[in-house]
Design a binder for this molecule. Structure first.
Ligand code: F0G
Length: 456
């Protein structure tokens, strides 16, 4: 059959309150044009993030009821640990309350002030955690990533030549680890090929530098490898996942993405000594190593989610439904990052709103318009998120001004997505009237979460 259906039935529903355009104007004003400050009840379609917003399966909910809440050595931890080991193959599995806690523990134990940490692209929390310890996050993504119209299938790849040059220039002793984000969220949810993962690992070995994956969306990455990389079409997703992790010394994972859980994360490593240090810090800040900031029921939900996410029917539906949105926007000549990524579609707001200069945050202006026009909540991935002021007070801006339409897993149906497309079409017709924004309040780090903005 040509039609790819959602491979699930809906057993429990959550009503959406339909508000009016004028309600939404007031709501956005009260939220200072920051969609993180809008209440969920006032949102019609929530595409702010795919993180923790997926629908759990009946099996996951059953696991929640079975959660063993023992402080030490709970059955739920043993089940979680075995599931992660079977899937990813690492020796030490350390649960954390979410991905950023895993990042903080990793960087605090492995890196120090003045170090460099290269990646394809660091995500915002990874970048902020690296900066917080005084190290420097460095993005070395391949050049195809910057060409939104290139049809290259693996735009998340690291530029291997740049990586080698960077290591030699800075001296390997100043590089405590190399990271690689799969899929590359900051760069459009684009996958990294197995060939590239292998190549990064060889470079890391050559210079004796540990290699870690930021593996939040590892299953979506594996599906792209199966679809588009020579030699993988006949391999199972589980085998591709196993091979992916076999090249790394460890990983950080937010279980809110491809573990389809509402909360959770974990840190894996093959280095036993480092694992000890990480667990000491975990006990201080997250909890005992057999729960690490999570309840037993959370660990059950994560474990079952990890089993479900490698199902090929699920992944086909997941990747095809994101592509559906991307292709419809392409037909409307709305500029997006092509090819469509795994978990989200990224609109090029700078191109869509050429009359708004980067200093006036075209991405945020478009995100606000999507809310006013259709009650759709999205996130800016541009200069509000990645810009700021340098040590001399000079403003700097992001490489791109994007709006991310992140699709929660198993949550919305095709008609919800058709509604999003209709809203974008209607915005397109009057896009020249959209006005820019200026910041009237911002915090020291991760300013986009709490910034207040005003129309220019
Ligand atoms: N790494 C990547 C690539 C991510 O996308 C995220 C979260 C994290 C790390 C941190 O994980 O939220 O569990 O602490 N991304 C979410 C998003 C927030 O909307 O893309 P966390």
């Amino acid at each position: 059959m040509k039609t790819i259906i959602e491979p699930f039935r809906i057993k429990s529903v959550e009503p959406i309150k339909l508000n009016t355009r004028s309600d939404r104007g007031d709501i956005l004003n009260n939220a200072y044009n920051n969609l993180f400050l809008v209440n969920a009840k006032d949102v019609i379609i929530d595409l702010l993030t795919d993180s923790g917003t997926g629908a759990m399966s009946s099996q996951q909910w059953a696991g929640v009821m079975l959660g063993d809440e023992s402080y030490a050595g709970s059955n739920s931890f043993i089940f979680f640990e075995k599931t992660v080991k079977d899937l990813m193959g690492f020796k030490n599995i350390i649960p954390t309350h979410q991905g950023r806690a895993a990042e903080r523990i990793l960087f605090s134990t492995i890196a120090k002030k003045g170090d460099y940490i290269p990646s394809n692209n660091h995500f915002d929390t990874t970048r902020a955690n690296v900066l917080e310890i005084g190290a420097k996050p460095v993005d070395l993504v391949c050049s195809e990533s910057y060409d939104f119209n290139s049809s290259f299938s693996f735009k998340g790849n690291m530029d291997i030549e740049k990586l080698k040059k960077f290591i030699v220039d800075k001296d390997p002793s100043n590089i405590p680890l190399i990271m690689l984000t799969i899929t590359n969220n900051t760069g459009g949810g684009q996958p990294v090929s197995m060939e590239n993962i292998k190549a990064v690992s060889l470079v890391a070995k050559e210079y004796n530098i540990p290699f870690y994956l930021d593996a939040c969306r590892f299953a979506e990455n594996a599906y792209f490898i199966k679809l588009n990389e020579a030699g993988y079409s006949d391999k199972s997703i589980k085998d591709i996942v196993k091979e992916t992790f076999s090249y790394a010394d460890g990983c950080t994972v937010s279980a809110k993405k491809d573990a389809i859980a509402n909360i959770g994360g974990f840190l894996c490593t093959n280095d036993d000594n480092l694992a000890k240090k990480k667990k000491d810090l975990l006990i201080l800040t997250e909890g005992f190593p057999t729960y690490g900031g999570l309840s037993g029921r959370d660990l059950e939900a994560v474990a079952y989610g990890l089993k479900e996410v490698v199902d090929e029917d699920y992944l086909q539906y997941r990747i095809e439904s994101t592509k559906y949105l991307g292709e419809k926007l392409n037909k409307l000549n709305i500029p997006i990052i092509n090819p469509p990524g795994g978990h989200a579609i990224y609109i090029d707001a700078q191109k869509f709103l050429p009359h708004i200069p980067v200093e006036e945050f075209p991405g945020q202006a478009l995100a606000c318009e999507l809310y006013i026009e259709g009650g759709i909540r999205t996130s800016e991935i541009g200069s509000l998120m990645f810009g700021g002021k340098d040590e001399d007070g000079k403003p700097f801006y992001a490489n791109h001004e994007l709006v991310r339409l992140a699709i929660p897993r198993r949550t919305y149906t095709q008609s919800h997505i058709d509604y999003v497309i209709e809203v974008m079409e209607s915005i397109k017709d009057k896009s020249h009237k959209i006005k820019g924004l200026k910041i009237i309040y911002q915090s020291r780090t991760l300013r986009h979460f709490t910034a207040k903005l005003e129309r220019v």
